[in-house]
Write a protein that binds this ligand. Structure first.
Ligand code: LUB
Length: 216
């Protein structure tokens, strides 16, 4: 995207439109830079990662990195955008599975716990967001999309009588996202999230037992 938000036609350095193989190669290189940067941001955080580190990690010159990204902020912002793209794809996939809304909420959060365990873009995106005051760039507002998605699903569950009497779907969504995010943070600090899937299982059992209606 260009600064004003319109898609940027990929150009060569001389300003000529790229041919398809060149475009594919450029996209691949860009993705490699993002993946290497994500590893570093996830491990050391935004302030302790430099373009030099990123170039070294991906095995390119700094110039090659700057060909694809304006600066470190630009890379961080792209990782965060990619994080939300990944969540959107997962949310669409989960909804396409046609599970009942309550099960969809559970499946989404359990999948998110797995992704926090295995996906560097997710780990890095979360850390960049947590350090957002240090990143000196405008990032999308965190958490609100998840809260709104879960809130819509829980409202449907409530309509189907699946929620505990008096449980407000938006409040439940807010609690779930806050608890989930707090858990992944604590787990990251204590053991690099090695235990996250198990800890989420325990936490979700506790949370859902107070959100859902007890069996008649
Ligand atoms: C999600 C992150 C990382 C929350 O919504 C967000 O802003 C998120 C970063 O801030 O994961 C997942 C419940």
């Amino acid at each position: 995207m260009s600064k004003n938000g319109t898609p940027r036609t990929p150009l060569t350095q001389r300003g000529q439109p790229r041919n398809a193989p060149q475009q594919a190669r450029a996209a691949q290189t860009r993705a490699q830079v993002l993946a290497s940067a994500a590893e570093l941001f996830a491990d050391r955080g935004y302030p302790h990662t430099s373009i030099d580190h990123i170039a070294q990690q991906v095995g390119m010159t700094k110039g090659a990195v700057y060909f694809h990204f304006r600066d470190k902020k630009d890379i961080a912002a792209e990782i965060v955008r990619e994080l939300y793209n990944r969540w959107r794809v997962r949310i669409d996939e989960a909804q396409a599975m046609g599970l009942p809304p309550l099960e969809t909420v559970q499946a989404l959060l359990t999948n998110a716990a797995d992704k926090f365990f295995e996906d560097d873009i997710v780990k890095a995106g979360a850390r960049i967001q947590a350090e957002r005051s240090l990143s000196d760039t405008t990032l999308p507002e965190p958490y609100v999309e998840w809260i709104s998605t879960l809130s819509t699903l829980l409202a449907k569950a409530s309509g189907a009588g699946q929620l505990r009497e008096g449980m407000d779907p938006e409040a439940a969504a807010y609690i779930l996202v806050s608890a989930f995010f707090g858990l992944q943070h604590v787990c990251d600090v204590l053991d690099q999230r090695a235990d996250l899937p198990r800890r989420w299982k325990e936490m979700s059992r506790l949370l859902f037992s107070s959100i859902v209606a007890s069996p008649q």
